[in-house]
Design a protein. Structure first.
Length: 64
């Protein structure tokens, strides 16, 4: 399962950890999920750019 939000990820963490939003652990997970969001955005952009339907110029030459 892919976790898209911090709350989804924090729900999977053992109850040993403090899950309140003002803790360092929660902020660490926020940083982690924000980086995953950036990576997801880049992958989606790359998918659009490399799509044959959206290809123009050099990109369509490379796909050809």
């Amino acid at each position: 399962m892919a976790y898209e939000t911090t709350d989804q990820l924090i729900a999977e963490v053992a109850d040993h950890w403090n899950k309140k939003k003002d803790t360092v652990f929660y902020q660490l997970l926020v940083s982690y999920t924000s980086l995953l969001e950036i990576i997801r955005d880049v992958v989606e952009t790359f998918a659009v750019w490399s799509s044959l339907d959206n290809a123009k110029g050099t990109t369509i030459d490379l796909l050809g």
